[in-house]
Design a protein around this ligand. Sequence first.
Ligand SMILES: [Zn+2]
Length: 399
Amino acid sequence: MRPVKAIQFRYRASSELDSLFEDFRLMCNDAIRIALKEKPKSRFKLIESAYFRLKEYSLHSHYILSACEIAYSVYKNKNRKTGPYVKQAFLKLDNQSYILNHLLLRIPIRPREFIYLTLQGSDYHLQFIDDPTLKRGSITLGRNNLSIAFSKEIAEIKPLGNVGIDMNERNATTSNTLGTTNIFDTSGVMEVKERYRAIRAKIGRQTRPDNRISQKLYAKYGRRGKNRTVQQLHTVSKKIVQQAKEKKLRIVMENLEGIRKLYRKGNGQGSSYRGRMNSWTFREVQRQIEYKAAWEGIPVTYVNPRGTSRNCPECGSRVVILAERKLYCSECDKTWDRDILASLNIMKMMMVCVVPQAQPSTDEAVKGNGENNNYPNPPSRRMKVVIGQEPTTRQNQKN
Ligand SMILES: [Zn+2]
C-alpha cells in the first residue's frame, strides 16, 4: 500500500507569484484550447502538440508539463457542466521541480531563476516535513495556502476483528468484535448546519433585489458553515481510526452511494426534510475515515446498507420498531437501540467472510455465516466474496 496524504500549509504570497499564477492559468487554458482542437488520445500527445505554443511563455519547462497535465484532465472530465476552462489562480508542480528545506520552499520560474517562500508550520506540519521516511509528491499552490502530497510505504495490518460503523444524523456508533460499543456524538454538526440554513434563508429574503450580493453572501456563509462542520467531523473520524489502529480492527461501513437517490423531489417528502437528508455529512465522515485508515494501513470495507436495522444481530429475526429509535426483538425479548443494532449488523456482515478464513471448520464459522453451513472445505478467495454477499441478497429477496 502506498497511501497519499496532502498537507496544507499557509504562506504569504508575493506579487511576483501573482503574475506567475496568471501566466500558468493562461497556459492551462491555451493547452485546453489545443486539446479541444486536436483531440489528443493521451496526456503525452497533448504535450507534443502544445509544447511550442506554451514555450512562448518562457517559463520553466516543468510548467509546460504540469499545464498539459491539468488541461488534459479538465478536457477529459466527463462531469463538467460548463466549457472546459481554468478560472482559479493556482500552480501545480511535480516533485522534481521544487526543493523543500525544512520550511523554506524553492520553486522555479525560468531556468536558473527561483522564488523562495517561507511556509508556516505547526508541530503537526513539521512531523511530515521532518520525517525522512515519507516521500514527497506534487505541490499545489493557491493564493493563501499550498498543499504538499506526502506518501509512504505501509503494509496493510492483519485485522484481528472488525469494527462496524453506523452513521446517522446525530451520532456515529461503532461496535467491534471485541464487544465494545461507542457512540460518537455529532449533534453539534447538526446544530451548525441548522444555524447556517437559517442564515442562508435570511440572506435570501433580504438580498432579493440584488443577485450579486446574495451570491457573495451565500458563498461566504456556505464556506464558513462547512469549515465548522468539517472540523467537528475530524475529531470523530480521528478517534474511530485511532481505536481501530490500537485494537487492529478492520473498519466496516455502509456503502451509502445512491442514498441521495432516496431523497429526491417527487418522493413524497417535504423540501425541508429532503434538504436535511441530502446534506447528511455521512460521505464526509466516511471520506475522512477512509483516508486516515489508509494512512495507518487499516483495511476498510463497504457493505450493502439494506436491512442493517431490520433484524436482530443476535438471532437474526425481524425486529419491531418502537418509539424513540428503539427496536424490539420478540425472540430474545430484548430492546435495542437502533444505532447500536445497526452498527452490530454492519460489523457482522463482514464477519461472515472474515471468520471462515481464520477458522475454516469450527462451529463458530458456521454460526458467523448465518444459516449457510454447506461448505465442506476452507473457502478459497473466490468463494469468500460469494459468501460475503449472500446475507444481503437473501435479505433483499425477503422484501
Ligand atoms: Zn433476537
